[in-house]
Structures are given as C-alpha cells and as structure tokens.
Design a binder for this molecule. Structure first.
Ligand SMILES: *Cc1c(COP(=O)(O)O)cnc(C)c1O
Length: 388
C-alpha cells in the first residue's frame, strides 16, 4: 500500500471542487504588466499584486538604491538569529527609522507571518483573553492557536458584539488581560476598520489592549503613509501596531510598533524572533530606503485613493456587488463558477485578476478581487469595466 495515497486522494478532491492550487510561471514585463508563460500569449495588466505604490517595478528607485547602498560583502546573509551574530547596522538603522516615524519603539521580524505567530503567544497566558474579528488573516489565527489564551470572536466589524464581549470579560475576575485583535484594511472585502470607535471602547474597559494588523494599510493611508491608525489620528492608542514590508513597501519583513518595555520583553520571549535567522542586511537596507521614500509619497497616495473611488463607483453604477472602501476592490459574484468565468474573461481581455472562492471566503460569496496601485491610471483601468 502506498503511504502517500491519502494525500493523493485529498488532492483529487480539491481538483474536483475546483480548488486545486498550483504555482504559475510568471514573467514580469515593464510597469506592472505580467505574462503567464507559456500558455497565455499577451501581456496582462497586473491587478493581483499587493505592491500598492508600484515600488517593485520603479526603475529610478531601484537604480538610486543600487547607487547609494552598493553591495557590501555581508549583505546577502545574516548567518544567525539577531540574538547571536545576525544583528547588523542595517537592521538597527531600519528600526531607528520606524521608531522615529511612529514615535514609539519598533521591532522588525522576518515576515508579517512571523510577527503574527509570535507576538500573541509571547504576551498572553491562561489569564488572558483574545477577542478577534472573525475575518482576521490566517497568520493571526495561527498565532492565537499557538497561545495559551482564552479566545472569543465577534462577527466581522460588529463593534456592538465586541462591546458585549468586553463587558463580560471586564466582569470576569479570572481574566487579567484582554487583547482585541483586528486588521485595519481587510484584504478579502477591502473594507476599513473604524479604529477611532475601537479606541473609544478600549478607553471604557481598563483591561483592554489593542492589536491592529496594518499589512494593507501601511504606505497607503495617512499623511506620511503610516497607515489607517495615522489617518484616523489614533497611532498612540494602538498598543500593538503590526505591519508588513511585503506589500506597499515592496520588500519583505514584518514590524511591531509598541511600548519600549514590550519590545524588550519580546526580544526575550518571542520564539520566531529568537529561533530564526535574521533577514539579510540587503533586505533591511532596501526596506529602509523604500520606507523613507514612502513617507513622502503624498501624491501617489492621493492618486490611488482617487483611482480606487472612481473604480468602485463605476462598478456600483453597473449594478454589481462591491462593498470595498479601499484600493482593494472585490466584485462579489456569488457562485464559484461565475467568479471563475468572470476572472477568465478579464484575463482574456488583458487584466490579470483572480477569483477568490470558498473556503477563502464564505460559500456563495465568490468574488474577483482587483488590487490597485498608484502607478495605474484611469485610461488603463476603464476598459476593464466592459468585462465585469
Ligand atoms: C500579508 C499579510 C500578512 C503576512 O505578511 P508577510 O510579510 O507576507 O508574511 C499578515 N497579515 C496580513 C493582514 C496580511 O495581509
């Protein structure tokens, strides 16, 4: 008997459900166009990446970075965790920039995933309660699972239900800490959290601390691009402000903005930080460079907001279902098969958009997700409306 047969059967089932995943060979063309080789002939406008400022293909920026950084001998590998010998000047400089920009302590991790699977398990114990929005990212769900904390969920963006849970938690003498966990921009619906309202709740309930993941907000929102928390004027009130460099910053890595004592505590207790080789110095240097540029990209942010609003309005005007409030614009079609067909039609017309199906989103809410960036213009996008 084949020991692997079970896995082959599971895969066959996924295939039967139209849910089989595979890597694609993608060729990158200039300025945000991609080719799917070898099957598809023409270049398609990439509407599926998370590169919200278009930095990953900004040639002038890359040239400037190459000219300023050079390539020191130590750049390509850090050779150990940060607590052994893996800490380089580049990492310290990046954390310094973050700390200065957010006016609080900053800690950098190898990815947003590392941040989310490490922070909550380090900070919580059996007397902690984690209350999370039901649509938080898989990495935070895994972090909650790895923790010893008790856990509750509230329906997506339902702050009345959240307050009910907070009331109960406040009255429970066995609980000494309550962590409310949410995202600022949700990537499957493109909706944006009301962080001001959540902060108002925190101020009513003394045990509460706020944990907000800004993976899709950093670079895009706020005068200096520091995220939705900056745009809504609540940066200092978010106890644990998490983000990732893989999206608008066009790099890789994760970060936490927090109180200095929390930073020190995590350096001593957080397993993915202690037991994983640090990012290459090259990466930290590029992140530093791109983040610094990002701080001044007010025009790009304003352009992206305008473009997103125009696209959302045009989609609604066609009678389609879309409740996005951001630069991530999903069109909800309902049935898996319809979303698959619509995405194929858009791709055939030169727009690389992808269907999102159950189990990533609830049954009957399959969608095609359009992810915009600041280097796009309306002339490129408008023809897409003929294929929605
Ligand atoms: C992408 C993402 C992450 C993971 O970040 P990586 O740096 O890609 O590992 C975490 N949280 C959210 C909300 C994300 O969208």
């Amino acid at each position: 008997m084949d020991a692997y047969q079970h896995y082959a059967e599971q895969l066959a089932e996924l295939q039967a459900q139209n849910n089989y995943r595979r890597f694609k060979a993608i060729e990158r063309e200039d300025s945000g166009y991609i080719k799917l080789s070898p099957q598809a002939p023409g270049a398609m406008l990439d509407l599926s990446s998370n590169d919200y400022l278009g930095l990953s293909f900004d040639k002038a920026l890359l040239e400037e970075f190459k000219a300023t950084y050079g390539l020191p001998m130590h750049a390509l590998g850090s050779a150990s965790s940060r607590l052994l010998t893996g800490q380089f000047e580049e990492h310290a400089k990046l954390e310094g920039l973050l700390a200065e920009s957010f006016a609080r302590a900053a800690l950098v991790f190898n990815s947003g995933y590392h941040a989310n699977i490490g922070i909550l398990p380090a900070l919580t114990d059996e007397q902690s309660l984690i209350i999370s929005d039901e649509l938080i990212h898989a990495s935070i769900i895994d972090g909650i699972r790895l923790s010893k904390a008790q856990r509750r969920r509230f329906e997506h963006q339902d702050l009345a239900q959240l307050e009910q849970l907070l009331l109960e938690a406040e009255a429970d003498p066995k609980l000494n800490k309550v962590f409310v966990v949410l995202e600022s921009v949700y990537s499957m619906d493109g909706d944006v959290a009301d962080l001001q309202a959540v902060v108002a709740l925190k101020q009513k309930y003394p045990k509460v601390m706020l944990y907000v993941d800004e993976a899709h907000g950093i670079g895009v929102y706020g005068e200096r691009g520091l995220g939705v928390a900056e745009a809504q004027g609540v940066l200092p009130q978010i106890d644990f402000l998490v983000g990732a460099f893989g999206k608008a910053i066009a790099s890789v890595g994760g970060y936490l903005i927090c109180a200095p004592v929390i930073r020190e505590y995590l350096i001593n207790k957080m397993r993915p930080l202690i037991f994983s080789t640090n990012l290459p110095p090259l990466n930290a240097a590029w992140t530093y460079f791109a983040f610094k540029k990002m701080l001044g990209m007010q025009q790009e942010r304003a352009h992206l907001q305008g473009l997103s609003r125009d696209l959302r309005q045009a989609i609604l005007a066609k009678g389609l279902d879309c409740h996005s409030q951001s630069h991530i614009v999903p069109i909800i079609y309902g049935a898996n098969q319809l979303a698959i067909e619509k995405a194929a039609t858009m791709q055939g017309a030169g727009f690389y958009a992808l269907p999102i199906r159950y189990p990533t989103v609830p049954q009957g809410q399959a969608r095609v997700r359009l992810s915009l960036h600041a280097a796009l213009d309306w002339q490129q996008l408008e023809p897409l409306l003929g294929y929605c």
